[in-house]
Ligand binder design. Sequence first.
Ligand code: FAD
Length: 592
Amino acid sequence: MSQLIELKVPDIGGHSNVDVIEVFVKPGDTIAKDDSLITLETDKATMEVPAEAAGVVKEVRITVGAKVSEGDVMVVLEAGSGASANPASAAVPAAEAAPAAPVVAPAAASHSGGADIECDVMVLGGGPGGYSAAFRAADLGLKVVLVERYATLGGVCLNVGCIPSKALLHNAAVIDEVKHLAANGIRFGEPDIDIDQLRAYKEQVIAKLTGGLAGMAKARKVQVVRGVGQFLDPHHLQVDATEGKGQDKTGARQVIGFRKAIIAAGSRVVNLPFIPQDPRIVDSTGALELRSIPKRMLIIGGGIIGLEMGTVYSTLGARLDVVEMLDGLMQGADRDLVRVWEKMNAHRFDNIMTGTKTVAVEAKEDGIYVTFEGAKAPKEPQRYDLVLVAAGRAPNGKLIGAENAGIAVTDRGFIEVDKQQRTNVPHIYAIGDIVGQPMLAHKAVHEGHVAAENCAGEKAFFDARVIPGVAYTDPEVAWVGVTEEQAKREGLRIEKGVFPWAASGRAIANGRDEGFTKLIFDADTHRIIGGGIVGTHAGDMIGEVCLAIEMGCDATDIGKTIHPHPTLGESIGMAAEVAHGSCTDLPPQRRK
Ligand code: FAD
């Protein structure tokens, strides 16, 4: 039997008429006990109000901007027999309480044998999500086994992603920077590039970090088991031992028995079906191997990964073409930010083919011939010495025997989770690239901590308001939260503050004043909801904008925070002053 219950504002420390600044639920939502319903803000603090019961939201009685006091009704809930206020069932997560998920959960298998190793938590995958989850769970006192098929921990990020790409980008940036110095009267001549030594440097960086992870696993008594893991049932994982640099199986096999599990098996490169096998056609992993510097290089896919790798190869001497099906490069960021990058990088490219498709790729002796179709397609097939396929990544959800554990996996291979990172099988969690976009290491780490804390019996939620994105190109492009284009699309009323770096003492002193810092505020609440920075070190600075959004700052909070002078970071304070109308580093503004 279902019953309608009213969820009321609880005791809020004696405050009354408190501002509602966020409402997380809408009619039709299925919620679990303790899911956040609204955020309240007093002059001292903000607080999220959790649901006292699980069920389906029938009515939401408050809106953002309303003022509430203890006893006011927030939400009318239909608490069904399976999702009542009864504490035993109310604690069930949303995914379990309402199997309304679009993916169908398979019936779990049952492993009849025993286990070679028993643990509290088994973490599958040793990338940033997996090792962070494993370490956090161990720090919380749990016996943890971490299963990884490759020889080193760190996953894509440390071995073939974030870190090696930045090691190469750092060298490229220094080469470019040194070239800029010629304008100041300092000339070094052409760089003499020893590509083997550069590759060795990149390997050293990886080894230092992955070695550090192995040491930290040991210090925490996390047992690392090397091999390919496949679920046998909801409490057992079979591991086929691997050896060498890759995933060569040794033939040895063991079974791990676990009370709880965290799936962190990540993602893999998407291969385009019509592309032949040829050493001159590489994915991001192949490009990071830096075997040689081509004369002409094509990047298929105008996203961050392709453009970062293109920057490296171009600085080392390659001429670039890029082809992108959509109408612009670096999708996701506002176009005004991207335009600055485009202007500064035009010299690297012979052809920027947006709105264009790659339709055929043929490997011939003298090069890779590629045919294009669309807005900017050349008439003839083009010849390249190297083709980088950077057309996206696919999650590994269908490769881990998830069905044996009864875990639902979407057609595309993602595993759906609730805010506590729980899958449809309540004692099995999933994190990182395998649970969805954005596929970024910092998201995976935060999700890993949430899953580990829940495994340890804490009540943790992934409730980040925003996740930043950064292209570590030159200049860097960084953005977070609501973009201007998104605001236009969704009809959001915004105010913005833009500070051009042409007025930044530090940017001018650095000879790099092409960038700008933009902050976006909600026109009604005046709180910051987004921001973007283009310029050198933009990625290092965007964290302040993230913090401001998480803290619910307005332009005065940011503008009146004293930033050190002269720094690029100052531009964030000044962009806030522009929004507020109090900036004295620009010509006089219209009075607000
Ligand atoms: P992964 O890092 O993919 O780790 C998953 C691990 O699970 C792997 O080690 C894999 O071997 C293991 N595994 C999978 N299946 C099994 C199995 N059955 N048995 C045993 N082990 C298994 N992100 C950023 O935030 N910043 C960047 O600058 C950035 N740059 C990038 C550059 C490149 C070139 C690429 C490719 C990616 C980049 N990313 C970046 C993305 C980032 O690497 C990923 O988002 C991140 O690694 C995801 O972490 P994860 O723990 O979910 O999975």
